[in-house]
Design a binder for this molecule. Sequence first.
Ligand SMILES: [Mg+2]
Length: 152
Amino acid sequence: MKIGFDLDGVLCDCSGTILNFERVFEKMNVDNIDKIDQYYYKERKPLLNPKLFMGEQDIGFCITSRPRKFRDVTNRWMNKYYSDIPVYLLKNEIKAKDCVSFDDIMRRVAIEKIKLIEELKLDVYIDDTPNIIYWMRKLNTGVKFIQYGGLL
Ligand SMILES: [Mg+2]
């Protein structure tokens, strides 16, 4: 079985408090916001060992909607904790400014994740965001989508 895992809020912890601070920093045009973000992603702690869900024959994958500029820090983090689980970033990055609402962001992220899920032929995908699970279930009937995890 091919099992896919979301990253933030599933395989690694996700701090809503820190992320909210970052939104404020962005609005204030604080310098070095990228460095703060890089540090944030580098310092995430493992939350779930994907191997606990996987039998010997199973293959694990990670799919994240993190922006492309965090590809390297994301690869390094995955290599450090779960080196045999490949991580995929969305092919088309979703930017909040291009979306009309929060629900639109969630729908677009779900669509882009489903493209990868179908390409990788996953059987199951686990994500912590209820709105993304909602859209995935609505858009794809062949894959089982499980909601697990969330903000700490
Ligand atoms: Mg998540």
